[in-house]
Design a protein around this ligand. Structure first.
Ligand SMILES: Nc1ncnc2c1ncn2[C@@H]1O[C@H](COP(=O)(O)OP(=O)(O)OP(=O)(O)O)[C@@H](O)[C@H]1O
Length: 754
């Protein structure tokens, strides 16, 4: 309380009355020369005490308290500033010459300005405080991006550094369009200057017309006014258009960079990061990042430039009126924001309550027979009415807040206008200010208030986008945690495949070994069937052979060379894969067949003959030719426009068009009708000729046809041999076969055996 009242107390008691002492009488003060200096020292001390105490209190309690404290502090600071204006205006020149010379005026303008900036800073901090937990919460919910990005869920120092580098990140993203940005900023700067000149020329025109009656000067002022207005509109258009262009360019670039980075991440990254959260990064976050840069930088830059220009012109016109404006405008902005925040809070509560009420009504209508059976109509109705009453109560509060808000909105600008007119009118009467200058000032004031509001809006929006910028930037910069493959391309490839003493655990479960010291060799041209109970590690072997993961120990070799040495495009051309669930893209059949072999992939695309030959081998050519658009038929999202069997056959054709030396097949277990299954099966058998084939087999017929059967259980190779040899052993394989023969399992990899 002492702190709060101190600034209001006169610097030094004088013999005159309190009002005289403050200089309201308009006569010279009776105080001493140090009155102004003392006031400034007090003011600075007050700011110091207030900032420290509110920070301390805010840290201990919450942001609302801090903002409330700040508001109280600001109010008293404003009163102090008003007092200082009065003191400075009361003819203190006689005792403190600087007071009248304008230097003190600058000091007084400076104080509220610093406070204004402090406000913006604190508002951002407050918003950040509110947003951070939300961002963290949503990240937790997504159980996604942050996990692999931040590593071990730790809130690391790295994260803090990254958030500090946010501005640098924004600059980095916008750098390729720096030229556009600079031109846009220059346009904005020039527009701001011109928009500041408009009120000035308007004031001059009034002075020349109404006071000086100077026709030629009036015409000159009007011409300049027109030029300023036209120039301003041209520049504003240029600035707006360029910033929009910048936004779109940015959005394209960020999306491109993000998808390019995502496509290069190791498969383990996707094990922990849901595709849902990644697509939300790609859609929502990229939009907010590009908007943060284009739209909000535009708003902020425009507001800042406008405010600086107008502030300069205001101070030049009348520093006394400027101080009044600097005191009142931020107060208006704070109150507006407080109202807005409360209004939104209430709106959210209303929507939540309304949703509850609606669902209770829906529930009641859906369960009408239960209600009737229990004669519970009255209590159901009462429950609904209680809900409606809660909504109504909230709506009344919201209306009160709204009334307060519109009352303030209607009153505040007029109150400011009246205040400025009152003081300005006195200055005009005393000849300190001309009528035109007063009009100019009032127009400046409006521009300044607009600028201040935009500044708050822009700062809040940028603050909102911080989370998105951080996430997008981390994803763009994320280095795949699997070392880059080599560049080896073999002149001759036999198709010899080997897993040598491989032990593997997935990064998400580093403590559980999925494969344990497993060694398998597949000689060129050999067909090897991989069987075993579910969860035994068959698919893991396939994944290691595709270098989705690097084994913890042991080696994966092709023709005796480590898989990591090979140039991956070359290897994928020589090693074909057909998965259990064929995944097709929303493109034409042709493009789906040559997937990964398009010119953009650095490959010579297969010819139409080669495509058709592959499709013939895959039993797909006939049905494709029967489609109205043939090979140009679009498959639809994930191939929805095709049947399961057709999709499988296209996937087989996709593997065969590469004419691979090694073929890896995961037999489809999903139900296909008998005809489709026969076609797929026939295609699979046909494509095994002259190739090293590794097939995760579920059907007895496939297994019987294999040169060798490898039984994997618990990550270990437990049996190997031909069908007959393994049956004779009466081991796991024999029991799996027995179970299938007895019709207890549809495949040889049922979990019950695990
Ligand atoms: N991406 C992954 N992250 C963590 N663990 C995994 C992952 N994929 C598989 N596993 C685990 O590894 C073990 C072996 O799985 P794998 O898919 O290789 O078995 P499988 O023999 O192919 O089984 P199925 O015949 O049912 O397909 C299982 O315990 C499984 O839970």
């Amino acid at each position: 309380a002492g702190c709060a009242l101190w600034p209001l107390w006169p610097a030094k008691r004088s013999s005159g009355s309190r009002l005289e002492d403050l200089g309201w009488s308009g006569e010279a003060c009776n105080g001493n020369a140090d009155i102004g200096i003392l006031a400034i020292i007090r003011c600075l001390l007050f700011v110091g005490i207030w900032v420290c105490s509110s920070r301390w209190y805010g840290a201990k309690h919450n942001d609302r308290v801090r903002v409330a404290l700040w508001t109280i502090g600001y109010t008293f600071m404003s009163l102090l500033s008003v007092k200082m204006i009065v003191v400075a205006s009361c003819g203190a020149e006689s005792r403190w010459p600087e007071m009248g010379s304008g230097r003190a005026g600058l000091v007084m303008i400076f104080i509220p300005l610093v406070l204004g900036l402090l406000f913006v800073h604190m508002e951002c901090t407050r918003l950040e405080g509110i947003l951070k937990p939300l961002v963290e919460k949503s990240a937790d919910l997504e159980a996604g991006v942050t996990a692999p990005l931040l590593g071990d869920h730790k809130k690391t120092e790295e994260e803090d550094v990254k958030s500090q580098n946010l501005f640098q990140e924004l600059v980095r993203l916008a750098r390729p369009d720096a030229a556009i940005m600079w031109v846009a900023l220059v346009c904005g700067m020039a527009a701001a200057v011109l928009s500041g000149l408009i009120p000035m020329y308007a004031g001059q025109a009034i002075d020349y017309a109404a006071i000086d009656s100077n026709r030629s000067m009036f015409t000159k002022a009007m011409v300049l006014l027109v030029l300023a207005a036209v120039g301003n509109s041209v520049l504003v258009t240029g600035r707006g258009g360029l910033f929009s262009l910048l936004g779109y360019k940015l959005s394209v670039r960020i999306r491109h960079q993000l998808l390019a980075s995502l496509l290069r991440q190791e498969i383990a990254f996707y094990d922990v990061t849901g595709s849902g959260s990644l697509s939300s990064r790609l859609q929502g976050d990229t939009t907010s990042v590009s908007q943060a840069i284009s739209l909000n930088v535009n708003v902020l830059a425009r507001a800042l430039m406008q405010m600086l220009v107008v502030l300069f012109l205001m101070a030049k016109t009348s520093w006394r009126l400027t101080v009044i404006t600097l005191v009142v405008v931020p107060v208006g902005a704070v109150v507006t924001q407080a109202f807005g925040a409360r209004y939104e809070e209430l709106q959210k509560s209303i929507l939540t309550e309304l949703a509850k009420v609606n669902s209770s009504a829906e529930e009641a209508l859906a369960a009408i027979t239960t209600i009737r059976a229990h004669a519970a109509e009255a209590s159901t109705e009462a429950f609904y009415v209680q809900g409606l009453a809660r909504v109504f109560k909230l709506q009344v509060t919201q209306t009160l807040v709204y009334c307060g808000y519109i009352c303030f909105c209607a009153l505040a600008p007029n109150a400011t206008l009246i205040g400025v007119l009152f003081l300005g009118g006195h200055l005009v009467l005393e000849g300190v200010l001309s009528a035109g200058e007063l009009v100019s000032f009032i127009l400046y004031m409006q521009t300044f208030a607009d600028g201040f509001q935009s500044l708050g809006y822009g700062a809040a929006s940028i603050s909102n986008a911080r989370g998105s910028v951080a996430k997008v930037a981390e994803l763009i910069h994320r280095k795949p945690q699997i070392e880059e493959a080599g560049h080896y391309k073999a002149d001759h490839f036999d198709g010899h495949v080997e897993l040598r003493s491989v032990s593997h655990s997935y990064p998400t479960r580093p403590d559980s070994n999925v494969l344990e010291d497993l060694s398998v060799e597949m000689r060129p041209g050999e067909v090897v069937a991989l069987v075993g109970p579910s969860g035994g590690g068959k698919s893991t072997i396939m994944k290691l052979l595709q270098r989705f993961y690097i084994p913890q120990s042991g080696r994966v070799l092709f023709d005796g060379r480590d898989i990591s040495d090979f140039e991956q495009h070359w290897l994928k051309r020589n090693v074909g894969v057909v998965g259990q669930e064929p995944s097709l893209f929303d493109r034409t059949i042709r493009r789906n067949v040559i997937f990964g072999m398009e010119p953009e992939d650095g490959m010579e695309p297969p010819t139409q003959e080669q495509i058709e030959e592959a499709c013939r081998m895959a039993n797909a050519h006939d049905f494709i030719s029967g489609l109205p658009d043939g090979y140009d038929t679009v498959c639809g999202e994930n191939g929805v426009q095709l049947s399961g069997g057709q999709k499988q056959r296209i996937a087989i054709a996709r593997a065969l068009v590469r004419n691979p030396k090694v073929l890896m097949l995961d037999e489809a277990t999903s139900a296909l009708d008998a005809e489709s299954e026969a076609l797929v099966q026939e295609a699979l058998e046909r494509c095994q000729k002259n190739r090293t084939v590794l097939v995760v087999a579920h059907r007895l017929s496939t297994i019987k046809g294999a040169d060798r059967i490898v039984v994997v259980k618990g990550g270990r190779l437990v049996e190997t041999g031909t069908h007959t040899e393994l049956l004779a052993k009466s081991g796991i394989y024999a029991s799996l076969v027995r179970r299938q023969m007895q019709g207890m399992g549809s495949s040889l990899s049922l979990a019950s055996e695990g």
